[in-house]
Design a protein around this ligand. Structure first.
Ligand code: 7TS
Length: 417
């Protein structure tokens, strides 16, 4: 069974050496890309090449290696700028991950702009990374957290959103795509509601950008945060994009080397954007390899990435729904969600399910997915979650189903209708 869209998944798979691994005597079926994606050999080689050929600190040396490292590191800013359709490279800040990018905004912009009585609007489907920093800020500033309502199928209720986002709203912090439901949120409409009320909107793009063609201009957002490790890049690199005027008005989040323009015994003048927010030696090798990851996605084309994912997700939801007593969370329509399918099978603990699948070579994630308040709303301890990316095939969905049937034998619960 091959894909019906113009997308050569077998050719893509050859770029991912890890997919040849054999687990428990079976070929690995990796269905946990929402946690972190696998990396193509081009990305892995870029790291080796840096360390073998031009390892040096950036922005400091005047020797050849340092010049090469600095040029390669800074070139990634332009690669990312183009990929997210930002206006200027100085708006691209390198961080360690999405979490650090959001904390940067909470500490820097938040402490300066959120006042007692202000409201921070979130959705109940936020990852802890886009929830706990705002909880801390709200407690410190005597501000209030306001949660949007969700529909039964895990979408934002836009009717009540129009009332919940109001004159007291200072910030809307929302995920572009849920890591539990897979829901793609109406970010642009929320941005318009925020701006109508003179509020700012931060978009958590950790799950969105690996799968969706993303333009920060089109989303009309003010801040956009994401992690490269979920989009074929190495761990340890995140991006904060912000509108230049906002970033310029914000104080640095961390202090030290590289973020200064001049230091005197009793005062310091800070560097300009983007270096103002990049204190200390950055993650040079992984930033450079991140640029290769973005180029890899660009070469495939995000439209094709998305089309492949819709096809796999639709197929997976159809197959999974044939299992007796299964609950699948989130929108039924595969075009309204990304390649993330969370489910529970009555009577089976998701961790047990995950373990039996792992024994069959199938890697999924089970647990609360860093969304504990959402699990409470759903009245579950956790869910099992299969997530897909460019290298997954329809056959692998069949292998997931076969492994679930194996779980039936072991646990005596799963039965097909
Ligand atoms: N936001 C969302 C929507 C996420 O899914 C994640 C990670 C983060 C933020 C945090 O990203 P980080 O790179 O800073 O850690 N999500 C998951 C997941 O679903 N399973 O493992 C990590």
């Amino acid at each position: 069974m091959s894909s019906s869209i113009d997308f050569d998944v077998e050719k893509i798979r050859k770029d991912f050496p890890i997919l040849d691994r054999v687990i428990e005597g079976k070929r690995l079926v990796y269905l946990d890309s929402a946690a972190t994606s696998q990396k193509p050999s081009q990305v892995i080689k870029a790291i080796t090449n840096y360390y073998e050929q031009y390892n040096a600190n950036v922005h400091r040396g005047i020797h050849t290696l340092s010049e090469e490292a600095t040029a390669a590191y800074e070139a990634v800013r332009e690669t990312v700028r183009e990929f997210i359709d930002a206006r200027e490279t100085c708006e691209i800040i390198f961080t360690r991950n999405t979490t650090e990018a959001i904390n940067l905004v909470a500490y820097s912009w938040g402490k300066q702009n959120v006042l007692p009585g202000d409201e921070i609007v979130l959705s109940p489907m936020e990852h802890h990374s886009n929830l706990v920093p705002w909880q801390q800020l709200a407690a410190e500033r005597e501000a209030k957290l306001v949660y949007l309502d969700l529909t039964e199928d895990g979408q934002i209720n836009m009717e009540t959103a129009a009332q919940l986002i109001g004159p007291k709203t200072r910030l809307v912090a929302i995920t572009q795509m849920s890591n539990v439901f897979g829901t793609i949120n109406p970010v642009k409409e929320l941005a318009q509601l925020a701006h109508k009320n003179n509020a700012v909107i931060l978009v958590d793009g950790a799950q969105g950008i690996p799968h969706l063609k993303t333009s920060v201009a089109d989303l009309e957002c003010d801040f956009y945060a994401f992690s490269l490790h979920k989009m074929l890049g190495p761990t340890g690199v995140g991006i904060l994009w912000g509108k230049k005027a906002l970033l310029e008005a914000m104080p640095p989040f961390m202090f030290g080397g590289d973020m200064i323009s001049s230091v005197h015994r009793d005062k310091t003048r800070f560097n300009e954007l983007p270096w103002k927010f990049e204190a200390g030696t950055p993650n040079v090798a992984d930033v450079i390899a991140s640029g290769v990851a973005v180029d890899y996605l660009k070469n495939i084309g995000m439209d094709k990435v998305r089309a492949h994912e819709i096809e796999i997700t639709r197929y997976a939801m159809q197959k999974l729904s044939e299992i007796k007593d299964i609950v699948i969370y989130g929108p039924l329509d595969a075009t309204k969600r990304g390649g993330v399918v969370s489910f529970n099978i009555n009577g089976l603990h998701p961790h047990d399910l995950g373990q039996i699948l792992s024994d069959n070579g199938v890697a999924i994630r089970a647990g609360h997915h860093c969304c504990q308040p959402l699990m409470k709303d759903l009245k579950v301890m956790g869910t099992a979650r299969a997530s897909f990316y460019i290298y997954n095939t329809l056959e692998e969905v069949d292998m997931l189903l076969a492994a679930l049937k194996e779980a039936e034998k072991v646990m005596g619960h799963v039965a097909c209708r």
